[in-house]
Design a protein around this ligand. Structure first.
Ligand code: MD6
Ligand code: FE
Length: 201
């Protein structure tokens, strides 16, 4: 594993996971996706996100017309499945922290899906980092500033890349402009999965 790149305080670990490790993670996610299927959250302004989501852990990120929050269960009523151990080890590797995440958001990008610039600020204690794992198709990740607007910088995230957003970068705006659909063969149907691990409660 090389040293991470640092882009505006985001630590970007290129090729953190090799192909076999990526396949192991994906296999570990299959039962999670089966128990807690992906859904398209409604957004407060109306409409739905183009990204489909679900979660693992004690709580899961959720959005509807009332706003963003962490919910105790999947919209179907089932408990969120546990975060797979293989996923927790990635957190251990890149953070070295004693504390482990209590939530893992699973985002799925099909062709044309994107995620607008946003801050991650629904967690109770914003001193813990957020760790993100990319699997599947390449994605153009845009990093902005602590407030909306201003110049931005972009980087392509590829399958196996891991990003740590912590310290002064914890409240930086960021988003996914687009994916290169079909650039990876990791996911059988194409597309991209992004995992974000957080200490949410
Ligand atoms: C994505 N990632 O890569 C969206 N958030 O699909 C995020 O929103 C994100 O990559 C917090 C920290 C790292 C991230
Ligand atoms: Fe985010």
């Amino acid at each position: 594993m090389l040293k991470p790149l640092n882009l505006r305080g985001f630590e970007i670990w290129k090729s953190c996971l090799d192909h076999p490790e990526q396949a192991v993670l994906l296999d570990a996610l299959r039962p999670v996706l089966k128990a807690a299927p992906l859904f398209s959250p409604e957004i407060p302004g109306g409409g739905r996100m183009s990204v489909r989501m679900t979660s693992a852990g004690r709580c899961g990120w959720y959005s509807d017309r009332r706003g963003y929050r962490y919910a105790e269960s999947h919209p179907s009523g089932v408990d969120w499945p546990a975060i797979p151990g293989e996923v927790l080890s990635v957190w251990d590797r890149v953070t070295g922290l004693e504390r482990r995440p209590d939530s893992c958001l699973i985002n799925h990008y099909g062709e044309g899906a994107r995620m607008g610039l946003h801050q991650d600020r629904d967690e109770a204690d914003l001193t813990w980092p957020v760790v993100s794992v990319s699997l599947g198709d390449d994605a153009l990740f845009r990093i902005g500033n602590a407030t909306r607007g201003g110049r931005t910088e972009s980087v392509w995230l590829e399958s196996g890349d891991v990003v740590v957003m912590g310290g002064p970068a914890r409240l930086t705006y960021h988003g996914i402009d687009r994916i290169r659909f079909g650039s990876s063969t990791l996911l059988p149907g194409g597309g991209r999965i992004n995992l974000t691990l957080r200490v949410a409660l």
